[in-house]
Write a protein that binds this ligand. Sequence first.
Ligand code: HEM
Length: 429
Amino acid sequence: MWIRWAVINGAPGIMLRKQARNGNPLAQYLTDPAARENPYPFGDRIRARGRLLSVPYAYVSADHEICRTILRHKDFGATAPAAFDVPAPVKWVIRATDPKLASPVEPPAMLMVDPPEHTRYRKLVAQAFTPRAVTRLRDRIGAVTSDLLDELEQRENPDVIGDFALLLPIAIISEILGIPAEKRDDMLEVGHAGSPLLDIGIPWQTFRDANAALREAQDYMTEHIAALRADPGDNILSDLATGGELTDTELLYSAALIAGAGFETTVNLIGNGVMALHRHPDQLALLRAEPARWPAAVEEILRYDSPVQMTSRTALRDIEINGIRIAEGEMVALLIGAANRDPRVFDKPNAFDITRGNAREHLSFSSGVHACLGASLARMEGAIALGALYERFPDLRLDGTPQRRGLLNLRGYQRIPISIGTRSQLAAG
Ligand code: HEM
């Protein structure tokens, strides 16, 4: 495990920090603590240097069109750690030390496999996430939101993240997976420990804790799936488990991916939305006057402060993009959060404007074959949660200093202390 950390995180971390000092703009983006606070100036600097930049060991783009093209390109595939453009012995170590953990960011998680394997796999899981299946969840999301707001009202020191934004998606995703309510705290712990795996150069202890948490989650999920096979419930994971078309391993990795992706991202959509609206009271006033604008506001929140900031792709063969030749096996870092601020596509990109006509062109849910499977669910949760929060508490204000999560890729807050003032008569009635 330690060797694996050293190869995947320790050595790259040291190398990246050195590269950052030498002026490599991708390394600066990945390692500078200021980028965790505000990554957008770093993205702007990368875009200003070129639409697609060659840097040591990789390429990088913060350009909307280039990112979108590469995400949709059949000659680019997912980047799994063993596919990094590193010397053969290092690849061997990565493979040999594979802990075979059901990690959402390791193959055969859907996110990490390419067509045609991905196509078969995604089709099966997507059957459970049809717009109809998701619409059926609307009432449930509304009911859970309302209960959570009742509880939030009773808190002495309410925190939008811990008392609301995190609890809604975890409740919904647990129901989708048939996981009992008493297991939610464990899921939160696994999500918390596992999320740093999406960053590069994480410390050894963080890596070790993440793997230990994933191991426990895997043991639980293996038993849970067996139990659902024997006695299926009325939930999406039971449907997948009894469909008979996914192998045990695929099912396990799908459940891990849906569990992690299902709440570790949506929490940030809600939290980043609260902060954007706090900083732009005129936009909040518009929403209060015209609540039908919430779905459009959610698109602008996703564009303005993307819960997922980056992904990557690896060239499956030699290819030329924007006049630059990328060789088979080379990796491109795609800064989707920064691409959402590309002035070629979004007028005044740093302005938060819920009336923006093309906000939905953001890349926050990625694009192409891996485009987020939970996008309609996340959109619905975001609009219902934020709409109900501000309807219920018209005097909602920040009450203390919000604390960032401190991760680069999953961008959001750990804590947003609020005061809720008096309850709306409308909602109370
Ligand atoms: C605001 C909330 C969310 C955001 C910003 C988000 C973002 C993303 C992104 C960027 C990707 C693709 C990454 C890439 O192309 O490399 C992705 C994939 C995925 N997401 Fe989401 N996601 C969200 C919510 C959800 C939810 C609620 C679920 C599940 C119920 C979910 C399930 C998935 C799955 C299964 C994939 C893999 C799809 C594939 O590889 O074909 N996501 N998501």
